[in-house]
Design a protein around this ligand. Structure first.
Ligand code: G16
Ligand code: MG
Length: 220
């Protein structure tokens, strides 16, 4: 039986969610907008452009397109400056073990990320070769919770959406997987990710028999 295993990037494979947060927090502060970790949940998995709009909505603020572009550039430069020294140590716990296991079982693996910086991150951390397909923010027009990114990934892996399994740390990403009729697996807090079919604290909490069942069963 062949399934497709689709991994989100930020907050699932690498611990970059914190860098996104810090960069947005700085901008919110400059704009005089309160921005907490709780607000930040709304931004996870969401495109850069939409993220800025959400922050402006939170602060009831309107700015010109020119200013928006300025903030977007600043956000990305700040974020990228955090990634300069990035290496395999930024890979989250248990990720390698799961990728390795799926490879041994000949299961196709894809990346499904909203980020336009996904490829350099996979390269820097040395895990690009695990992925049979990479779909990121440069390949889609509709951001999560739209399922486009995951549907393209399943198509590239030549697997039906019902046979795809998605690992996600964001509410928007879980919703996208559910809309696509894929099996959604939340990585993180089970209260925040309650819409997911399963939730695990991290990949170390996922055992091999659970993965074997996913491979064997039709959409459980
Ligand atoms: C990620 C993050 C989001 C970020 C988005 C765009 O998505 O979760 O916080 O805003 O990508 O990233 P960039 O500014 O690098 O293009 P994912 O889907 O990998 O979690
Ligand atoms: Mg994410």
């Amino acid at each position: 039986q062949k399934k497709a295993f689709i991994f989100d990037l930020d907050g699932v494979i690498v611990d970059t969610a914190k860098y996104h947060f810090l960069a947005w927090k700085k901008i919110a502060t400059e704009l005089g907008i309160e921005f907490t970790e709780e607000h930040n949940e709304l931004l996870k998995g969401v495109s850069r452009v939409r993220s800025l709009d959400i922050i402006l909505e939170l602060g009831n603020k309107k700015v010109s397109q020119e200013d928006k572009n300025k903030w977007l550039t600043q956000k990305n430069e700040d974020y990228l400056s955090q990634l300069v020294d990035m290496d395999a140590s930024e890979i989250l716990p248990g990720v390698f073990k799961v990728l390795q296991f799926l490879k041994e079982k000949n299961q196709p693996i894809a990346l499904g990320s909203a980020s336009k910086n996904a490829r350099p991150i996979l390269e820097k951390t040395g895990i690009l070769s695990y992925f049979d397909a990479v779909v990121d923010g440069n390949d889609v027009t509709n951001a999560k919770p739209d399922p486009e990114v995951f549907l393209i990934a399943a198509e590239l892996l030549k697997v039906k959406p019902e046979d795809a399994i998605v690992f996600e740390d964001s509410v928007a990403g879980i919703q996208a997987a559910n809309i696509a009729m894929m099996t959604s697996i939340g990585i993180g807090n089970e209260t925040i990710l309650h819409e997911a079919k399963y939730v695990f604290r991290d990949f170390n909490a996922i055992n091999q028999s659970f993965l074997e069942d996913l491979i064997k069963n039709s959409n459980p």
